[in-house]
Design a protein around this ligand. Structure first.
Ligand SMILES: Nc1nc2c(c(=O)[nH]1)N[C@H]1C(S)=C(S)[C@@H](COP(=O)(O)O)O[C@H]1N2
Ligand SMILES: [Mo]
Length: 328
């Protein structure tokens, strides 16, 4: 008798015991009641999901919270942004990240366990007619999702090609209705040293991470608010549950895990600009002819194959964005 160990209820692999749609609908239902992410409920469920699907990258690499409705990720690929490029290997992309809140090294996925990504309130305000505070998943319900294959270029001269799932940021801008005085958008990341060990390792950095765009850059059809990658909710190391992707600019402009968006009338400072203004200026468009003060930007290394390829002006997106920077 003493040898028979009865596992607690929650230990039964729920996804095996329950048809997929019942499982996800229940999540959806609980989420609507406001339970998602509540400690007692979320911890065992997250533990189960992890144990059952060891092969799924989004689970092993720091799973997105189980409260996200999976149905939302059956997003159609937008043919306009689906070039026939070879995608970067998903696992490599999920294990080579920049997210200084967690660590200064690339193995961010090892440090994200304590990070709670649901519920996730986002405050949108400043110079707008209709400010709002919403959960990241409400935005998904409001705007729906599409998939786009984009190139991503880090200022450190590495690059990847990944399918993001999200919605065009201009749609959110339209919803909150900026006042005529609004000329810039400022974004801010969460401030939770207890969940993000990197914040304590470099306490002198001007946390929380903040970024900005001109309003016309934010309105550009390429500018994407992203909640998924490779057809799944964003793993934590990629900026769960919601981030920006601005593909013609260096990667640090694509701020992760956003909690606040403000429409303002003057150009905001940014995190990296505050630390090194001559190395990381506000604009930061990808440009092979403008070297970083400490290294060339002429070529870049694909993170999975190691191939070295030529860097392209505006990361190859000149067709969409060159007019934004035409002088005179
Ligand atoms: N909040 C926050 N956002 C961030 C960063 C960060 O450290 N903190 N790093 C940036 C940098 S330098 C890059 S290159 C991209 C990397 O995105 P990825 O890890 O999903 O490839 O995220 C950007 N967004
Ligand atoms: Mo970067």
């Amino acid at each position: 008798m003493a040898n028979i160990i009865v596992p607690p209820d929650w230990h039964i692999p729920e996804r095996l015991a329950t048809p997929e749609w019942v499982f996800w609908n229940r999540r959806h239902f609980l989420r609507q009641l406001g339970f998602a992410g509540a400690g007692a409920l979320a911890v065992p469920l997250a533990g189960c999901a992890k144990a059952e699907t060891p092969e799924t990258t989004s689970k092993t690499n720091g799973a997105a919270n189980a409260a996200t409705p999976s149905g939302a990720y059956l997003a159609a690929r937008n043919p306009e942004f689906s070039p026939s490029w070879t995608l970067t290997n998903e696992k490599v992309a999920g294990r080579y990240n920049n997210f200084y809140e967690f660590t200064l090294s690339k193995d961010v996925y090892r440090y994200v366990d304590k990070f709670v990504t649901a519920p996730w309130r986002i405050q949108i305000g400043g110079l707008v007619e209709k400010p709002m505070t919403v959960d990241a998943m409400e935005l998904v319900e409001l705007f729906g999702l599409e998939e786009r294959v984009y190139r991503m270029r880090c200022v450190e001269a590495w690059a990847m090609i990944v399918p993001w799932t999200g919605f065009q940021f201009s749609r959110l801008i339209a919803k909150v209705a900026p006042k005529p005085e609004a000329k810039f958008v400022r974004f801010e990341t969460f401030n939770r040293p207890g969940q993000a060990p990197g914040m304590g390792q470099v306490p002198d950095y001007p946390w929380p991470y903040f970024e900005g765009l001109r309003l016309d850059e934010a309105l550009n059809p390429l500018t994407l608010m992203v909640t998924g990658i490779y057809g799944k909710p964003l793993p934590k190391q990629h900026g769960a549950p919601i981030r920006m992707v601005v593909p013609w600019k260096y990667g640090y402009k694509s701020i992760k895990s956003i909690v606040k968006i403000d429409f303002i009338d003057t150009q905001p400072k940014t995190f990296w600009e505050t630390l090194q203004p001559n190395e990381y200026p506000f604009e930061s468009n990808v440009n092979p002819n403008l070297p970083h003060p400490r290294w060339s930007q002429a070529t870049e290394r694909m993170i999975d194959s190691g191939d070295r390829v030529k860097t392209q002006l505006y990361n190859g997106y000149g067709k969409y964005v060159a007019p934004l920077y035409a002088k005179g």
